[in-house]
Design a protein around this ligand. Structure first.
Ligand SMILES: [Zn+2]
Length: 77
């Protein structure tokens, strides 16, 4: 009655919640540093683009006070 461990699927299922949790804590999903210490610049829609010191890009929604990963098209702006 032994269950075989399906590592790849499990791995994926674990990583996503960790990233969501890190973002909810205002931390980079890549290196765990606080995004408050990143380089920020204002965007036209009133949000902030934050560049972590590891080079990852995030969008800080000032109204909802949440961070999210920047979309590909936002990286270029
Ligand atoms: Zn980082």
């Amino acid at each position: 009655m032994e269950q075989k461990a399906r590592i790849p699927g499990l791995f994926k299922n674990v990583i996503a919640p960790i990233q969501v949790w890190l973002l909810s804590q205002g931390r980079c999903v890549g290196c765990g540093r606080e995004l408050a210490s990143g380089t920020r610049s204002k965007r036209k829609d009133g949000s902030e683009k934050v560049v972590c010191s590891c080079g990852r890009l995030f969008i800080h929604d000032l109204k909802r006070k949440v961070y999210r990963r920047a979309l590909l098209e936002e990286v270029q702006i």
